[in-house]
Ligand binder design. Structure first.
Ligand SMILES: Cc1cc2nc3c(=O)[nH]c(=O)nc-3n(C[C@H](O)[C@H](O)[C@H](O)COP(=O)(O)O)c2cc1C
Length: 321
């Protein structure tokens, strides 16, 4: 994996961790960074909520020096409010700002934000021009292949975005109607890559080193972005590195390693949020870490009753591979 430049930002490699709403908080990012992730995003930030309820956003932006470089993704559809949000993030030390034109959630589309911007290219242009003109930190855009099978307009949107002055483009190789399921359209990512001069980052369906290679080979993209592949599997960054550089498939870690990481993740969460909230948040991570364990369902249901870190740790220790 090689050094990777996005505008004036130089990253140690070209494998990035995707923004994941409800997931990519500080403990999640730190766990992934420990295993080789070099660049991460905060959880997505709604530009309007920065404008109207700043306190909520400040907790999403909690970070520490090891959590660097750090990007933040903005959601919205009003250029002025997006700029205000972007400047707020920049002032708080965020290293890169990304505009979300990829979210398919109904409540987001209803507000004409996220992937809806791929249909409203006039508005997208207005937002990107304003942000590119006023930001000092690099600006990226995350798009999909299009709205649906009949409107695969990624190339047109990508060219427009490059013309507005973005520093790199992320493309999730599925259209909005696919959500997060279905095949990844490598051909369209390739078509986008062939038309742009700025770096193109391919995303979608990367679960292991082989998938990472497939994305690079099929599309010629400059970088890749990992999303669900990192859930309960922070080792994916190392796995990809070793596979791309040496062609070796590292075995997935055994239960002892998974257990240690799970306990460490829990500990970070408890330090940040206190026991009750940390246990609530940990439920979703348990599902991923314990994917292949038979006692998984039982522990997730018992977790609600736990009152302390020690109780949760003893439940984890009671699980057998
Ligand atoms: C729980 C969850 C939260 C997500 N949150 C965001 C988000 O905030 N912003 C975004 O651009 N994409 C988000 N995504 C989409 C991923 O970043 C990624 O584009 C998608 O999952 C495809 O990659 P994958 O097939 O490797 O998972 C989210 C996906 C999941 C599963």
């Amino acid at each position: 994996m090689s050094e990777f430049k996005i505008g004036k930002l130089t990253l140690k490699n070209n494998v990035l961790l995707s923004p994941l709403a409800g997931i990519s908080d500080l403990p999640f990012r730190i766990i992934n960074r420990q295993f080789g992730c070099q660049f991460a995003f905060t959880e997505m930030v709604d530009a309007a909520s920065i404008k109207y309820r700043k306190g909520v956003k400040i907790c999403k932006l909690e970070t520490i020096p090891e959590d660097s470089p750090l990007g933040s993704q903005l959601l919205g559809q009003d250029a002025g409010i997006m700029l205000e949000g972007a400047l707020f993030l920049q002032d708080r030390g965020i290293d890169l700002i990304e505009v979300n034109a990829s979210c398919p959630a109904r409540k987001v589309i209803k507000k004409k934000a996220g992937a809806f911007l791929m249909k409203n290219t006039g508005r997208l242009k207005e937002i990107l021009k304003l942000l590119a003109k006023n930001l000092k930190v690099p600006l990226t855009l995350k798009i999909r292949t299009g709205w649906d099978d009949n409107s695969l307009n990624a190339v047109e949107v990508a060219l427009l975005a490059e013309d507005c002055g973005i520093d790199a483009l992320v493309i999730h190789g599925r259209h909005c109607r696919q959500g997060h399921q279905g095949p990844v359209n490598y051909a369209l990512i390739k078509a986008v890559k062939e038309r742009l001069s700025i770096p193109v980052i391919g995303n979608g369906g990367i679960w292991c080193g082989r998938d990472a290679l497939l994305m690079f080979e099929q599309t010629g993209c400059d970088g890749i972005m990992i999303a669900r592949g990192a859930l309960g599997n922070p080792w994916i960054f190392k796995e990809i590195d070793v596979f791309l550089s040496q062609g070796i498939i590292l075995p997935r870690p055994g239960w002892d390693k998974v257990k240690d990481t799970l306990i460490q993740h829990l500990h970070f969460l408890i330090n940040k949020d206190g026991v009750p909230l940390a246990i609530i948040k940990m439920r979703k991570f348990f599902r991923y870490y314990l994917k292949n364990l038979s006692g998984r369902k039982k522990i997730v249901s018992l977790l609600d009753k736990a009152k302390s870190e020690e109780e949760v740790i003893s439940m984890i220790n009671s699980l057998q591979d």
